[in-house]
Design a protein. Structure first.
Length: 456
């Protein structure tokens, strides 16, 4: 094994530096390693600057995490760069200044320095060991600096995110076998899955997100452990949970290699592990199937189809924007409505509904269609088709979509002798008549009707 460079860490673990490794054994060879510097013009300046910083620092400096993982997997370059080194973070900050870069932020508790260079966001963290309190609170209660790359790797979540790239040597350093996991598209934890999930509930959401974004498959041990510790999600702030949820909705946009069914893969992991019940408690098999058939525009709204009541409250409890919560409620609560195509009274109501909800009508149609596929219930497909036809008819005839689009307004009604609350009621009544095509949207005709000069 003379072609491998090895060194022994203080805890006796072997670190393989893959700069000289043959492609047949690891999939990474010296040429690939050099490519990280030379193959992309938009990265050359950054990597040259990082090498300058490392030389000024007098300590190894590594790119680690997603940027390395994505490069190893597909030669994709990230605009967010995580850096690590055994050097103290304040010494790194000083080296940064000597190289002409002013840090954007410095966090002493986590030994972290943030800065930007050449349009890329960089975050440096000194090698450290971490200890968490019982539960899944995400934030370590204790951190301790270390010069051991093996220990730094073991504080991370998954092996695929624990591969390092030495910017000075131009070599990959793989303490835990992450490159092999990347090659095999596997999600396995840096320690036992129980050790990883019992201390940080957010990693449960990250497991699902990485499944969707990367198309990697969690091991059975990882899934079983996630089930065991699914309740730890309760220890995570709802803001963080919602942020992860937003990423899970569109995982296929994350990378050039992200699978097209990434959303379903991610949601399936949340459901299979029991994590989803802490986000949407009534998520069930039908909900999962609806997510399978849901197009990009309705992915978020497919998640709470089992809720029906209280959708807005559920989203607000996750600290979503109010507008998102209100839109979700408007879409999901329509799912069981307008199912009787032979009910004339319902059809009249539907015509009015379609115009008043024209801003989301395409999403309502899409959700009903996805739900029809999920349940194999033709009534939902028929309902979606009815809504589609009514909306098309309204568009073809240029029917008003709101009171503002009526040819009369409050001022016109005042001149006709209508005052106070009666103005709003009159406009609403006129709108409904126009929506159901019982009156044309013509000013004089509408005023004549309001004044009682002409009947329908």
């Amino acid at each position: 094994m003379s072609d491998k460079k090895r060194k022994i860490t203080p805890c006796g673990e072997k670190i393989i530096r893959y700069g000289d490794e043959t492609a047949g054994t690891t999939g990474i060879n010296a040429a690939d390693s050099c490519d990280m510097i030379s193959s992309a013009n938009d990265y050359r300046e950054l990597l040259c600057k990082l090498k300058e910083i490392a030389l000024t620092l007098g300590s190894p400096l590594y790119i680690v995490g997603g940027a390395v993982r994505d490069f190893v997997f597909s030669k994709e370059y990230s605009s967010d760069i995580d850096l690590a080194s055994p050097a103290d973070f304040e010494l790194f900050n000083a080296a940064l200044k000597k190289c002409g870069i002013v840090s954007a932020a410095l966090y002493r508790r986590t030994h972290t320095v943030q800065f930007e260079f050449d349009g890329k966001k960089c975050e440096f963290t000194s090698f450290r060991k971490e200890r968490y309190a019982d539960g899944g609170g995400h934030t370590p209660e204790f951190t301790e600096p270390t010069d051991d790359i093996y220990e730094d790797a073991r504080r991370r979540d998954f092996k695929c995110n624990a591969v390092y790239y030495d910017v000075t040597e131009g070599e990959f350093v793989d303490p835990l076998g992450g490159i092999e996991d990347i090659k095999n598209k596997i999600l396995d934890t840096v320690k036992t899955p129980d050790d990883v999930f019992k201390s940080d509930g957010l990693r449960l959401m990250r497991l699902a997100r990485f499944t969707g974004e990367l198309g990697f498959t969690p091991t059975e041990e990882v899934i079983e452990s996630a089930k065991k510790y699914s309740g730890n999600l309760k220890d995570i702030s709802v803001e963080r949970i919602y942020a992860e949820l937003v990423s899970i909705i569109n995982p296929d946009k994350k990378h050039c290699f992200s699978p097209t069914d990434g959303f379903y893969r991610a949601v399936e992991v949340l459901y299979k592990t029991g994590v989803m019940k802490y986000v949407f408690p009534y998520f069930d098999d039908i909900s999962l199937r609806t997510c399978f058939f849901a197009g990009k525009s309705i992915r978020l709204y497919a998640l709470p189809v089992g809720e029906r009541d209280g959708v807005k409250a559920r989203f607000l409890s996750l600290k979503s924007p109010v507008r998102v919560a209100e839109t979700a409620e408007r879409i999901v609560e329509t799912l069981p409505k307008f199912m009787d195509g032979n009910n004339e009274e319902e059809t009249e109501e539907l015509k009015i509904f379609v115009l008043k909800n024209s801003d989301i009508i395409d999403k309502i149609i899409a959700l009903k269609s996805a739900y029809a596929e999920a349940t194999e219930d033709k009534r939902y497909a028929d309902s979606a088709e009815r809504i589609k036809k009514i909306y098309k008819n309204a568009a073809d005839k240029n029917l008003p979509k709101s009171l503002k689009e009526l040819k009369i307004n409050g001022t016109d009604l005042k001149k006709s002798g209508i005052t106070g609350c009666d103005i709003g009621a009159a406009l609403e009544a006129v709108f409904n008549l126009v929506a159901t095509e019982k009156l044309p949207n013509a000013k004089e005709r509408l005023l004549s009707y309001v004044r009682g000069e002409k009947s329908l």
